[in-house]
Write a protein that binds this ligand. Structure first.
Ligand code: CTP
Ligand code: MG
Length: 223
């Protein structure tokens, strides 16, 4: 199985509040996007395509390895992945889509996603259980219902797909008004079942400054 990796790195990182786009922010001495590319490769992905913000294309090219293909992303994550998918190698039979914002994803997670695809899954996502009590609130912030958490899962990346399935699902989604926050939602909207494998807390997404501080601590722990 030939797998191509797509790293979505074209966001601005408003909630992190750095002066740079989030994917260029340093963790343990190198940009988040470099960590994300490295973890895909360490897990078994060969070619990597990275979607970047147009104004910083040169800055991304300067920090990424020469054999990484850089494309300009779009206004939404979905548009960025769509742009990278267009540049992904035709003869790859699997695609793994990963967030640059998940720099410390262990290669084992990547390997589990690849193994599920090799075993025949058309779409697979790494997930973790929900550990907090989870409720529904009304417009005034009053709790109106408890949500049984046993069947709930938090979804991480990289998310893996049969390439033709992902390309067809993105074509299906084109022009719809739906907002997608990940690629499995695009695939599910096209009626394709999505399987799960075990995620990892270390694959947590860096969204706010606290998350970056926690990741800095992790880089100091033995892995
Ligand atoms: N992303 C992207 N293109 C966009 C928006 C987001 O490639 N137009 C990528 C981000 O670079 C990130 C991943 O999607 O790696 C997850 O998005 P998020 O954590 O929301 O990152 P940002 O959109 O950059 O952050 P914020 O929403 O705080 O601005
Ligand atoms: Mg965002």
């Amino acid at each position: 199985m030939h797998a191509v990796g797509i790293v979505a790195a074209a966001g601005s990182g408003l909630r992190l509040g750095a002066e740079l786009p989030k994917a260029l922010v340093h963790l343990g001495g190198r940009p988040l996007v470099c960590w994300a590319v490295e973890s895909l490769r360490a897990g078994g992905v060969e070619q990597v395509v990275v979607a970047v913000p147009a104004p910083q294309q040169a800055a991304f090219t300067a920090v990424l390895p020469d054999d990484v293909h850089v494309v300009v992303g779009g206004d939404t994550r979905t548009a960025s992945v769509r742009a990278a998918l267009g540049a992904a190698r035709e003869h790859a039979d699997a695609v793994l889509v990963h967030d640059a914002a998940r720099p410390l994803t262990p290669p084992d997670v990547v390997a589990r996603v690849l193994a599920a695809l090799a075993a025949g899954a058309r779409a697979v996502v790494p997930v973790l259980p929900v550990v907090d009590t989870t409720v529904v609130v009304d417009g005034d912030g009053v709790v109106t219902a408890d949500v049984p958490r046993a069947p709930l899962r938090r979804v991480q990346t990289p998310q893996g797909f049969d390439r033709a399935t992902l390309v067809a699902a993105y074509a299906h989604a084109h022009g719809t008004a739906a907002e997608f926050t990940d690629d499995a939602s695009v695939v599910r909207a096209a009626g394709i079942p999505v399987q799960t494998v075990a995620g990892d807390e270390r694959a947590a997404k860096i969204t706010v400054a606290h998350d970056l501080r926690m990741a800095e601590l992790q880089t100091e722990w033995p892995r």
